[in-house]
Design a protein. Structure first.
Length: 356
C-alpha cells in the first residue's frame, strides 16, 4: 500500500489512465494516446512502477489493465455502434481504476470529467491532463465543482483558462526522438497534418501553398464532428499539386514530415499544444504556424520556423525557409521536446503533490 511516508528509494507507483477512443499507442490519429504511450515508457525508464489503464487493443509495453477494446476497434468490427458506447467504455474504465486506487501513489488521468467523482479523497494525489481547450462552459462548470482537482496544463496558453485553485504546473509535450529521422535534403512540397476541420484549416494551407507556387501534401482524418467540412472546403481545392493522402501512421508521418520543406499549421482556434509541430521539428522540418494558442511557446521565430498572422505573411515565410538550419531545428527539438524531458517534468509534479 502506498503511503506518504514512503522511503525515497522505493519506486513511485504511478497509474496512467487513458481515454477509451483509441488504443495506446494509436494506429494513426490520436495525439493524446501517443503522448500517454511515450510518457508511460519514459516514466518506467526513470524507475517508476507504471500501470496503464487503457483499451485492451493497446500495445504499449508497460503493465496494462483494460477489459474492453477501444471505440475505434468496436466501430471497425461492427461498422456502427450505439451512441452510448463511449459512456459504457468510460464507466468500465473508471470501475477498473476505482478497484485499484489504493495501490498507487499517483493516478494520472488523460480523460475528462468522470474520474473526478471516482477519486474521492484520492483527488489530492491525482493529476489530470486535459488535451483540449479548457476555456468553454463545460470545463468552467466542471472546475467550479472540483476546485481541489490538480490539473497540469500542456502550455501557458492553456493554463490561463484554468482556475488558480486547479493549477498544478505546466508540462509541454514531448515525443521519442528515435521515432523521427532528420533530413537535410527535403523536397519542394509543403506538408499539412491534422483533422480536416475548421479548427485546423487545411483549406488555408492549400491556398497558401498555391500562392507560394509549392505543391502540398495533406494528411489526417476527416473530422467526425464536422464531416461536411472536407467535401465543402477541402476537396474543391485538391489537384495534382494539392494531394490528400488520408490518415497516416508513424512510419508514413515520418516520411511525409522529413521530406517536406516546411509544415503549415494554419490553426483557427486556441490550440492547447499542437503535437505535429514538434514532430516536424524532430525531422528538422521548419514550422510555419499562425499566432494562436500555444504556438509562440513551441515555435521559435526565425530558428525553428516562423510565426505568422495572415496568409500573406505565411507566403512570405515560405520564401525564407531555406535560410533556416534543419540540423539546428532538430537540436532545438532535442533540447526542448523529448519524451524524457516531459516525463521528468511530470515526475516533479507528482513529487510535489505527494509532499503537499
Amino acid at each position: 500500500m502506498p503511503n506518504h511516508d514512503r522511503e525515497p528509494s522505493e519506486p513511485l507507483k504511478v497509474a496512467q489512465v487513458a481515454p477509451s477512443i483509441f488504443p495506446v499507442p494509436p494506429l494513426n490519429h490520436g495525439g493524446t494516446e501517443r503522448v500517454i504511450h511515450d510518457l508511460s515508457v519514459e516514466l518506467q525508464a526513470l524507475g517508476c512502477e507504471v500501470t496503464l489503464f487503457a483499451p485492451s487493443d493497446s500495445t504499449c509495453p508497460v503493465p496494462r489493465v483494460g477489459a474492453l477494446p477501444s471505440l475505434q476497434f468496436l466501430e471497425k468490427k461492427y461498422d456502427s455502434v450505439p451512441p452510448s458506447i463511449p459512456s459504457v467504455l468510460e464507466t468500465v474504465r473508471m470501475e477498473e481504476v476505482r478497484r485499484a486506487l489504493s495501490t498507487f501513489d499517483i493516478v494520472h488521468f488523460h480523460g475528462e470529467f468522470f474520474h473526478a467523482v471516482t477519486l474521492g479523497e484520492k483527488r489530492k494525489t491525482s493529476l489530470t491532463t486535459i488535451h483540449w481547450r479548457v476555456d468553454e462552459l463545460d470545463r468552467e462548470l466542471f472546475f467550479s465543482a472540483f476546485p481541489d482537482l490538480p490539473v497540469a496544463a500542456i502550455s501557458h496558453a492553456q493554463e490561463q483558462a484554468l482556475p488558480k485553485s486547479n493549477r498544478a504546473g505546466i508540462v509541454l509535450h514531448g515525443v521519442d526522438p528515435a521515432r523521427f529521422k532528420p533530413n537535410d535534403t527535403p523536397e519542394p512540397y509543403l506538408a499539412f497534418i491534422g483533422r480536416m476541420t475548421d479548427q485546423k484549416r487545411p483549406d488555408v494551407a492549400i491556398r497558401v501553398a498555391q500562392a507560394a507556387g509549392r505543391p502540398i501534401r495533406l494528411a489526417g482524418t476527416v473530422d467526425v464532428g464536422n464531416p461536411l467540412y472536407f467535401d465543402t472546403y477541402v476537396r474543391p481545392g485538391l489537384s495534382p499539386t494539392a494531394e490528400y493522402i488520408g490518415p497516416v501512421d508513424d512510419v508514413a508521418k515520418n516520411v511525409l514530415l522529413r521530406g517536406a520543406s516546411a509544415l503549415l499549421f494554419p490553426i483557427d482556434w486556441p490550440e492547447p499544444f499542437g503535437l505535429v509541430m514538434i514532430e516536424a521539428m524532430a525531422c528538422g522540418t521548419p514550422v510555419i504556424a499562425w499566432n494562436r494558442g500555444s504556438v509562440p511557446e513551441v515555435v521559435e521565430h526565425g530558428v525553428t520556423g516562423f510565426i505568422v498572422d495572415s496568409e500573406e505573411e505565411a507566403v512570405a515565410a515560405i520564401g525564407q525557409i531555406d535560410r533556416l538550419d534543419r540540423r539546428a531545428i532538430r537540436e532545438r527539438f532535442e533540447q526542448r521536446f523529448t519524451a524524457r524531458r516531459m516525463a521528468q517534468d511530470y515526475l516533479e509534479i507528482y513529487r510535489r503533490l505527494l509532499q503537499r
